[in-house]
Design a binder for this molecule. Structure first.
Ligand code: 5GP
Length: 150
C-alpha cells in the first residue's frame, strides 16, 4: 500500500474541499473536475484497488455513494451522472488509493444527448467503448469459473 495523496488528504496533511466525512470514508471535490460538482468518494482504508478493500469499508462507501449522488443532483441540477472507478494503470488509475468518481453530466458536454462527442466544448467525459460479442461458449466457460469463486 502506498501513501498516496488521498491518504494525506484523509489525515489532513494537505488541503481539499471536503464535502463529507465519517469514520470510514470521505468525499471531496476533484481538483481537476470534468464537470461542475465532480466529486471523489474515498474509503479511509489505504487499499489501492477495489478487490483489496475490506467488506467494512466497501459497505461504508456503498452506503454513502447514493447520498452523494442525490446531493450532487440537487445542487447541480444534473439529470444524469456517471459513477466511475478505475483499478490499475491499465484501467487509467492515477492515484493508487481506491476512489469513486461521481461525475454530473449535462447535455452538450462530453457525450451530447445525441450526435458526436464534442471535445471542444470545455471539460467533460467522453465515453468511448468498442464492444465485442459474447459467444455462448465463452459465457458458459467464464461464467462457470467466476461462479465457482463467489
Ligand atoms: P484516477 O485517474 O486515479 O481514477 O483519478 C484520480 C483523480 O484524482 C483525478 O480526477 C484527479 O484530478 C484527482 N486528484 C489528484 N490529486 C488530487 C488532489 O490533490 N486533490 C483533489 N481534490 N483531487 C485530486
Amino acid at each position: 500500500m502506498t501513501d498516496s495523496v488521498f491518504s494525506k488528504i484523509i489525515r489532513g496533511e494537505i488541503p481539499a474541499h471536503k464535502i463529507y466525512e465519517d469514520d470510514f470514508a470521505i468525499a471531496i471535490l476533484d481538483i481537476n473536475p470534468l464537470s461542475e460538482g465532480h466529486a471523489l468518494v474515498i474509503p479511509k482504508e489505504p487499499a489501492e484497488t477495489l478487490h483489496e478493500l475490506s467488506d467494512e469499508h466497501a459497505a461504508a462507501v456503498g452506503r454513502i455513494l447514493p447520498r452523494i449522488c442525490r446531493a450532487l443532483k440537487k445542487v447541480t441540477g444534473c439529470e444524469a451522472y456517471n459513477v466511475l472507478q478505475n483499478n490499475g494503470a491499465d484501467a487509467g488509475q492515477e492515484v493508487p488509493h481506491v476512489h469513486f468518481h461521481v461525475i454530473p453530466r449535462f447535455p452538450g458536454r462530453g457525450i451530447p444527448v445525441s450526435g458526436k462527442p464534442d471535445k471542444d466544448n470545455g471539460p467533460g467525459l467522453i465515453k468511448e467503448w468498442h464492444p465485442g460479442t459474447l459467444t455462448q461458449e465463452e459465457a458458459l466457460e467464464i461464467g462457470r469459473q467466476i461462479k465457482r469463486l463467489l
